[in-house]
Each structure stands twice: as C-alpha cells, then as structure tokens.
Design a binder for this molecule. Structure first.
Ligand SMILES: [Zn+2]
Length: 119
C-alpha cells in the first residue's frame, strides 16, 4: 500500500470511529437503554447504519465517476463531439435505494444516446 492510500485508510478509519460514536449516541437517544436491551436491538440498528453508509458511498462514488466523464465526448458511432450531461436515476442496490448519477450524451447525427466514461 502506498503512502497516499495508507493516509486515506487512516482518515477513513478515523471518520468511521466518529460515525460509530454518533450512531451509538443516536441509538441511545432513540431506544430504551434503561434496562439491558435485547442484542437484536443493537444489531438491527448497527445493520441499518451500515446500509445507510453503503448507499451514501455508492451515490457519491457514482457522482464522481459521472463527473469524470467530462462535458463532451465523441459519439462511439460517428465520432461527433457531443455534450455530456449528468442525469440521476433511482437504483435498487443490494443495500437499498440509491440515487445514481450517470453521464449521458446524445448524438443528433446518429439519433442515439450513449454513456461516455472517463478515459
Ligand atoms: Zn454519432
């Protein structure tokens, strides 16, 4: 692992610790901890927190990928340079609903849409 990846890994771990502390505090504010809760209460809340994290990571990563496609792209059929726009659509991921951004372009010469990618 290079130094940059190690630094990002440490930053992720620190942010995750802060998120865990916030999640624990939130659950204790919402649920009754005056007596020992059944473990399933803790487990279900933790699972839901993980699902929310997954959906947020998916949405943000997809938005970055879409942004990296640029503002113009050549049509894969004729090579005409076309405007790229970013559209969002709702996707059912394995962890739930995600608003997915994707780069999309339309070639007026070929009368077709295409999905450009970076590189
Ligand atoms: Zn074309």
């Amino acid at each position: 692992m290079d130094a940059h990846t190690e630094k990002l890994t440490r930053e992720f771990q620190e942010a995750l610790k802060a998120t865990v502390a916030a999640a624990v505090a939130l659950q204790r504010a919402q649920d009754d901890f005056s007596t020992t809760p059944h473990y399933s209460v803790i487990e279900n809340f933790a699972h839901e927190a993980g699902v929310q994290l997954s959906c947020l990571v998916q949405a943000q990563q997809a938005a970055l990928v879409a942004a990296e496609a640029g503002t113009t792209a050549p049509c894969p059929e004729c090579g005409k340079i076309c405007q790229v726009t970013t559209k969002t659509r709702d996707v059912k991921s394995i962890d739930g609903d995600v608003e997915l951004a994707e780069a999309k372009a339309y070639c007026s010469r070929c009368e077709r849409s295409f999905f450009p990618s970076a590189g």
